[in-house]
Design a protein around this ligand. Structure first.
Ligand SMILES: [Zn+2]
Length: 453
């Protein structure tokens, strides 16, 4: 028995709650400063988790809170489906946000002010909007007593902005039983629209990008060693010079373009809509077509290494024995070993590559029935829209769910965005904001998805 179509009142309440919860959650400052030192942890995640739990209990649901460490809670709540034998679907979001410097913003980053139909605040798109949508959705299902086709698990994670160390990664490894029976997951960063010019007519067509793949990451340091000494004595074994050579070698390395299947499918889809072809030579010209997704897509054409921090020396007339640089390397699905070997090769014999953290890549099936249901759900709410896969250059909690538990994850936090909105830079950006109508749209699409999943 399929879930009944909601009444107008039920649908209105679902959407109103998604908007109200987005604002409430932005007002709870859940800043994650990173690091694994409890002294630097705030209280925000606990307050946000308490908020979510209260909203779930209010409608008779029975959420569980599990802490990876004191003050690092993740919230779990299950909704039973009609077919208990089928693999379940996880809808997850993270409660934390990256820091916001109030002096850089035009509004209070934790004020959730509304201007021109947009909710402003840290977390507006990353990702209190989606957290609010799935919270409102869980409440809708509880209120109406509807059972989706299969089991659903709603999870509100801590610590995503620190690689999920105290959130998705910890929960997957230490509490796998909490995810029992689940086979697929949806979360950020996908399901939002870009606007393309249709071939022949030139009219606007919205394309929604479902994230089916994400790059992996290697965070680490280059540690150069040399001969220490007095600043007046010639020294050809300087750690600083050796480090500089290694950095130069990495910077001069040209990473070749490689178009993985998910990226190809995106560009082919864009060509089909716009009539504008693409190839390796013209790809830089094709990128602007991606509108608000341009920055996300630009990073998915190959592997990359960026140097992010430097440390060497302690006195102007002392040659130090060591010098260190921090790097952030990103690899396409399947390229992890290749990139590790390249780092070793390029940095030379006096520079050790110290690996601090590896985050796996994700490459989920694009032909899964769930992706077809996403497409139908979007098109039911936005007739004529197209849905295309894409690879995310960043990372999400889907990494841990896949690596540890084998759960297939997708980025699907649906938002219908206005044509000119440059979406990707809003993530971790200044004046982060989300259109109210986009949140209402997302709540309706997600309801359709769980109704038909
Ligand atoms: Zn996020």
């Amino acid at each position: 028995m399929p879930i009944a179509v909601p009444t107008a009142d039920e649908l209105a309440l679902l959407q109103d709650e998604a908007v109200a919860f987005t604002r409430d959650l932005i007002r709870i400052d859940t800043t994650n400063f990173g690091g694994n030192d409890p002294a630097t942890w705030g209280r925000g995640e606990t307050e946000a988790a308490e908020y979510v739990v209260a909203k779930l209990r209010e409608v008779g649901l029975d959420p569980e809170v599990h802490e990876s460490a004191p003050g690092r809670p993740s919230v779990f709540v299950r909704v039973d489906g009609q077919d208990r034998e089928r693999g379940g679907l996880i809808l997850h979001g993270h409660l934390d946000v990256v820091p916001a410097r109030a002096e850089d913003w035009s509004v209070d980053p934790f004020g959730a002010e509304i201007h021109d139909g947009m909710i402003y605040g840290r977390g507006a798109v990353d990702m209190k909007d989606m957290v609010a949508m799935i919270l409102a959705l869980a409440r809708h299902l509880a209120r109406t007593g509807q059972r989706p086709p299969r089991d659903l698990l709603f999870v509100f994670f801590a610590d995503e902005e620190n690689g999920g160390v105290w959130g998705s990664d910890w929960m997957s490894r230490h509490r796998p039983e909490l995810f029992a029976g689940m086979s697929e997951a949806i979360s950020e960063v996908g399901g939002y629209s870009i606007t393309l010019p249709e071939k022949d007519t030139g009219e606007d067509v919205r394309a929604y990008l479902v994230q089916t793949a994400e790059k992996g990451l290697i965070w680490g340091r280059l540690r150069a060693t040399g001969r220490a000494g007095h600043g007046s004595v010639p020294n050809h074994e300087s750690a600083i010079v050796r480090l500089a050579r290694a950095i130069t070698a990495l910077d001069e390395h040209v990473f070749p373009f490689e178009f993985i299947a998910a990226v190809r499918a995106l560009f082919d889809g864009v060509t089909e809509i716009t009539g504008i072809g693409w190839d390796e030579e013209t790809i830089r010209e094709t990128l602007p077509l991606m509108g608000g997704a341009r920055q996300f897509v630009a990073g998915t054409l190959g592997d990359s290494v960026n140097l992010t921090m430097l440390e060497a020396g302690y006195k102007g007339n002392v040659i130090p024995q060591t010098a260190e640089a921090t790097f952030d390397a990103r690899f396409l699905p399947g390229h992890q070993d290749e990139l590790l070997a390249l780092l070793d090769d390029l940095t030379g014999e006096h520079v050790e590559v110290v690996i601090d953290h590896i985050g796996n890549s994700v490459d989920s099936p694009r032909d899964a029935p769930l992706v077809a249901t996403m497409t139908e759900s979007v098109q039911a709410e936005d007739p004529g829209a197209r849905v295309l896969p894409y690879c995310l250059s960043g990372g999400t909690d889907n990494k841990a769910l896949f690596r540890v538990l084998g759960i297939t994850g997708y980025g699907f936090a649906p938002l219908q965005l206005p044509k000119g909105l440059d979406f990707a830079p809003l993530f971790h950006g200044i004046d982060e904001r989300v259109p109210i109508e986009a949140v209402r749209f997302g709540a309706r699409v997600l309801l359709r998805l769980v109704r038909d999943c």
